[in-house]
Design a binder for this molecule. Structure first.
Ligand code: ARG
Length: 423
């Protein structure tokens, strides 16, 4: 192996592993090229044992038995597969829904929500398997390294971290060569024939694609990037309305059928995807300073967040509705930035919980060729009175005769200031 593939001599952070001390490594293993090369590379470079952990957060089309077999075949001491879909939905997606979580102008944070859970499960497995170090496949340019390492350093100060992709300076070609040399199977889609594949990350809540032409901001999306959502031009000619029921901010039924969270999200995703809903072509400010472009497909989030937000607005007052989006934005920023364990998130969650006590009812969303639009609402807690809102007679709580007095006082300061400034 050439020199530049060796372990870096210098360590910057307290939690970075000292190569001399690394005996057994918990590797966050996806079964893909990077982490498969990593499995071998850690064994060779550190002389360490490798325990693999693969976390199922609902990424579609994954065969976990194949992944496990591959890890063991490549020499892993153990390979654990954890189905964390329920926990992900309950502990990460529900708070996100209650906070209408969206970063920038449309990223529903699926990756950012998943990373702290993956890292927490890695800590638990590392402790259970007697590992001293956790390895992950994140690059040095993304947000994911921040989310994973901040979680490990927070929850397990005794564990160290290695991030081989950040230091081994292997390009794609070299990784493939390394794989061939070490008997690591390489899928043809990972080979060089069709150029590099997109960099994909996905879970229950959505899917991201990066790389290739996506890095050219002027390049409109090519059709082959959409593997989850039907392209709107191919979506059905007939619109479909889905109804989502919420109880205290949590989605509990789809089209009247009560469902567990994971199943509800999966079914909602399938319906929305069929109608081309949930595509986002996003320019994003990463936490490490870079501005990048991502193509997202987040069909379930597109519908559920829209419905939740609508219902929340219906049951809240004007003052709550003015205030909460500020906190929602702060919540999304913290989570995007990898600060899942920051106390401020807990503080914000307490507010989200309190507001969501009222968020019960149902919302109908009409899906048609890439669009989702709220068309029906109902809630026992709606701060709404059809009789008051209608154009007909005064009565009950509302007196039209009181309006001129209200307007006079409400506009008082603005009128005075206008006069002063236009003397
Ligand atoms: N830009 C998104 C984020 O920072 C998606 C990242 C996807 N991660 C990946 N390793 N492909 O959350």
């Amino acid at each position: 192996m050439s020199r530049e593939h060796e372990i870096p001599a210098q360590r910057t952070a307290s939690y970075e592993a000292d190569p001399e001390q690394v005996r057994r490594v918990l590797l966050l293993y996806s079964g893909g090229l990077d982490t498969s090369v990593m499995l071998k590379w850690i064994g060779d470079s550190y002389g360490a044992e490798v325990v693999c952990l693969t976390v199922n957060l609902g990424q579609p089309g994954e065969d976990y038995e194949v992944i496990r077999a591959k890890a063991l075949q490549l020499g892993a001491l153990e390979c654990h597969v954890v189905d964390a879909r329920e926990q992900f939905a309950r502990e990460h997606l529900v708070p996100a829904i209650k906070a209408n979580a969206m970063y920038g102008s449309g990223y529903p944070l699926f990756t950012a929500l998943g990373r702290p859970l993956i890292a927490k499960l890695a800590v638990e497995q590392a402790r259970a398997s007697g590992c001293d170090t956790i390895a992950h496949g994140c690059t040095g340019k993304g947000n994911d390294q921040v989310r994973i390492e901040a979680t490990i350093a927070t929850l397990a100060p005794e564990l160290k971290v290695i991030a081989p992709v950040r230091s081994w300076q292997m390009g794609r070609e070299e990784e493939i060569a390394y794989a061939h040399e070490h008997g690591i199977p390489v899928k043809s889609s990972q080979g060089t024939e069709g150029g590099a594949p997109y960099s994909i990350d996905d879970n229950l809540w959505g899917r991201s694609s990066e790389g290739r032409w996506i890095e050219d901001l002027a390049h409109a999306p090519e059709d082959d990037v959409f593997q989850l959502v039907t392209r709107p031009e191919l979506a059905p000619q007939e619109a479909q309305t889905v109804t989502i029921d919420f109880e205290r901010g949590v989605p509990v039924a789809l089209d009247g059928e009560p469902l567990g969270l994971v199943e509800l999200i999966e079914r909602c995703a399938a319906i929305a995807a069929r109608h081309g809903v949930g595509i986002i072509d996003h320019i994003e400010d990463r936490i490490v300073g870079l501005k990048v472009r991502d193509v997202y497909e987040a069909p379930a989030a597109a519908v559920i967040l829209l419905a939740h937000q609508e219902l929340e607005r219906l049951v809240c007052t004007i003052h709550q509705n003015q205030f909460k989006p500020e906190l929602d934005r702060q919540w999304a920023y913290l989570v995007y930035a990898g600060l899942w364990w920051e106390p401020l998130r807990g503080d914000l969650d307490a507010y989200m919980e309190r507001v969501n006590e009222q968020v019960s009812g149902s919302i109908g969303v009409k899906l048609y060729k890439g669009h989702a639009r709220v068309v029906a609402r109902s809630s026992p807690n709606a701060v709404y009175d059809a009789a008051l809102a209608s154009f007909s007679q005064s009565g009950g709580l509302f007196s039209q005769a009181a309006s001129p007095g209200f307007i006079e006082l409400f506009s008082l300061q603005s009128r005075m200031a206008w006069r002063l400034r236009n003397r």
